[in-house]
Design a protein around this ligand. Structure first.
Ligand SMILES: [Zn+2]
Length: 144
């Protein structure tokens, strides 16, 4: 190997390290509800999930387990930071544009924020229940 070749190999290795560091650092194990993610590594050998599976973060429980709704059927499986590994899924990899979403505790679904009516008062800008649930509750309310 000539000096030039050795130097080229060194530079290539350095670039590779930088790319890996940059990719892993800001996006490792995201926990924000609504964030699209891709599975990198799962510790549980019995799961049907495989690396490259995609999903959306649902919530984080008291034990720190990150519950994710997995494609294509939305089944929820929790991942454990440290044991499992997942990454933020870049919006350009998704077939549909990334939209802001919100969890409705009544129907237990994640919906686009537009599905939640705006309100004038309160801590948050939008109703906590989606329009369907609010309308449904009104209709179901006993009459008289
Ligand atoms: Zn709802």
């Amino acid at each position: 190997m000539t000096d030039d070749q050795a130097r080229s190999a060194e530079i290539a290795e350095e670039i590779g390290k930088r790319i890996l560091a940059k990719e892993a650092a800001p996006t490792a194990n995201p926990t924000t509800p609504g964030q699209a993610v891709v599975l990198v590594k799962v510790a549980d050998a019995h799961t049907r999930l495989e690396p490259m599976a995609t999903g959306v973060v649902d919530h984080v429980d008291g034990a720190g387990t990150v519950h994710i709704r997995w494609d294509p059927d939305g089944h929820v499986l929790g991942l454990i930071p440290g044991a499992d590994e997942w990454r933020e899924l870049h919006p350009r990899w998704q077939a549909t544009p990334l939209v802001e979403v919100k969890f409705c505790p009544h129907c237990k679904r994640i919906k686009p924020v537009e599905e939640f009516a705006l309100r004038n008062r309160g801590k948050t800008k939008r109703q906590s229940w989606c329009r369907d649930c609010i309308n449904g509750t009104k209709k179901e309310a006993p009459r008289g």
